[in-house]
Ligand binder design. Structure first.
Ligand code: NAP
Length: 249
């Protein structure tokens, strides 16, 4: 029976690497993002019929509502279905009192509301699949407070706690869906480049992030995606609601 995955934030960074790895593992993939970037058309060409991209601005409530149904139109019914809520923004990197209010609303809509709506729709619409799994891509910023990351960290903390609720609810369900929020580590993507351009007076940890890049301490998106998928597809996925991938044995 074919396996399939829905991946958000699929056009670049971690999301693109997740798509490439899933395709290599034989999954049919529905990829959601505002753009295709340079990578998705290449993946579609090298995996004919296996990858479908859908244009979606997941900060927009109407597009959050329709995303799962849209993605499912491209996926053949099979045994295992994955939802990877990966799309996210780190902006605004600023301390309270200095937020652009629209950027604040946009970030929470994309980083927290979108995964909640997509999980809700996914759970409601995919009962015919035998093995369903949800990976919510979170961050260590959910538990540790960094000055300037109040918006980002609060969204991820919300995502973690929502995932805990899903785990409790699914444990009592007749056909449980496996769920976890997972911290991927520090990954060399556009998001990290944006962090390195933050205003130092708003983000005092800037030197640490500059040093991580200089020291080559960031994971490649491909390496991070491989670790996340090995975990997501393992038997132990779902045993713990919130997981730091670096802390796994
Ligand atoms: N990089 C790290 O070190 C790190 C660490 C911890 C956690 N994470 C988490 O990992 C996930 C991926 O991050 P990344 O580093 O790969 O980021 P990235 O390189 O900036 O990529 C972000 C992805 O999200 C999509 N996206 C942005 N705004 C969107 C919107 N309004 N609607 C739909 N899609 C949107 C982008 O596509 P479009 O622009 O085409 O829409 C892109 O595909 C995020 O949830 C992030 O919080 C990253």
């Amino acid at each position: 029976m074919p396996s399939a995955a829905i991946v958000t934030g699929a056009s670049r960074g971690l999301g693109l690497a997740l798509c490439a790895d899933l395709l290599a593992r034989g999954y049919a993939v529905a990829a959601l993002a505002r753009t295709q970037g340079e990578g998705l058309p290449k993946l579609a060409e090298s995996h004919p019929g296996q990858l479908h991209w859908f244009s979606a601005d997941l900060s927009d409530p109407a597009q959050q509502d329709s995303a799962i149904e849209l993605a499912l139109t491209s996926l053949p019914q099979g045994d295992r279905l994955l939802l990877i809520n990966n799309a996210g923004v780190v902006w605004p990197v600023a301390q309270a009192g200095h937020y652009d209010d629209n950027a604040l609303r946009h970030a929470l809509s994309l980083n927290l509301m979108a995964p909640m709506v997509l999980c809700n729709r996914f759970l409601a619409a995919t009962g015919a699949w035998n093995d369903r799994r949800i990976l919510n891509v979170s961050s260590g910023a959910a538990v540790k407070a960094y000055a300037g990351w109040g918006v980002y960290g609060s969204g991820k903390a919300g995502l973690d706690h929502f995932s805990r609720h899903l785990v409790v609810e699914q444990a009592a369900s007749a056909k449980p869906v496996r769920v976890a929020a997972v911290y991927p580590g520090v990954v060399d993507t556009d998001m990290q480049a944006e962090v390195r351009h933050a205003a130092p007076e708003q983000f005092p940890d800037l030197p640490r992030f500059l040093a991580l890049k200089q020291e080559g301490a960031l994971d490649t998106p491909e390496a991070a995606a491989g670790k996340l998928l090995d975990y997501l597809l393992s038997d132990r996925f779902g045993e713990q609601a919130v997981v730091d991938i670096r802390a796994l044995p």
